[in-house]
Design a protein around this ligand. Structure first.
Ligand code: ADP
Ligand code: MG
Length: 230
């Protein structure tokens, strides 16, 4: 698949597969095209050439809403909760394409069981939560659609190390509960450490890919992205 914005191509004949049931993690420097890959998958950007297949069906060119309805849900890089609405209202809003109120109630109960922060802070405005707590609530909101593919763009950005660990633990738990995850991470070590499949992108191309730990232990990648070997 080839894609870009106005002036030129950003992604050059990129060929990427996301294994069902796994965590696929894309790492790479700023500007490599990681978010652009996610935008193409979620329908915000149409590829110039090539196809995107989801469970066998071509989805390139469908509207973001149509793609959402197939179960591909993205948590964006920037904060995206409505700050003055309560935690509960934000989470409930995740199910805006669901019209069966019994289904909504059941899912609300499930996310409350999974995420204590949703249960404990449900009546407070989203803006009163820390950055890491807000990210967890964004995950909870995304799960209201029971996504077949959950896309996370740099979920650990701007968080302190302890909160980051909580966010990564939550990603692992969502995967163990059956969610297929496509993750973009600046924090290459943590992202690849979690990943069943790791992808290193550079200048709109895949530079290296393989099982997460293999990519993590690649000496060249270690030198380029992970700093001095630990
Ligand atoms: N809306 C846009 N319009 C034009 N160029 C863009 C737009 N968004 C991103 N780009 C460019 O595309 C390239 C890849 O960006 P992006 O996918 O956001 O990289 P990454 O997520 O890996 O940091 C960058 O050179 C960036 O400047
Ligand atoms: Mg990005």
């Amino acid at each position: 698949m080839t894609a870009g914005y106005g002036g030129g191509d950003i992604l050059h004949e990129l060929d990427l597969s996301v294994e069902e049931g796994g965590i696929t993690c894309i790492v790479g420097p700023n500007g490599a095209g990681k978010s652009t890959v996610l935008r193409v998958v979620s329908g915000l950007l149409r590829p110039r050439l090539g196809t995107i297949r989801f469970r066998g069906a071509a989805i390139a060119g469908l509207s973001p809403r149509a793609i959402l309805q197939r179960g591909i849900v993205q948590v964006p890089q920037e904060r995206s909760l409505f700050p003055t609405m309560t935690v509960w209202e934000n989470v409930r809003m995740g199910a805006y394409t669901v019209h069966d109120s019994a289904v909504i109630e059941r899912r609300l109960q499930q996310v409350c069981e999974t995420f204590s922060i949703v249960r404990e802070r449900r009546h407070e405005p989203a803006a009163s939560l820390s950055g890491g707590q807000q990210k967890i609530v964004e995950f909870a909101r995304a799960l209201m659609l029971e996504p077949a593919l959950l896309i996370l763009d740099e979920p650990s950005m701007g968080l302190d190390p302890k909160t980051r660990t909580t966010v990564f633990d939550t990603i692992r738990a969502m995967n163990q509960a059956g969610r297929t995850i496509l993750l973009v991470e600046q924090n290459a070590r943590s992202g690849l450490g979690l990943a069943s499949h790791g992808v290193v992108m550079e200048s709109g191309r895949i530079r290296l890919e393989g099982p997460g730990p293999t990519v993590l232990n690649n000496p060249e990648i270690g030198r380029l992205y992970l700093g001095a070997t630990a």
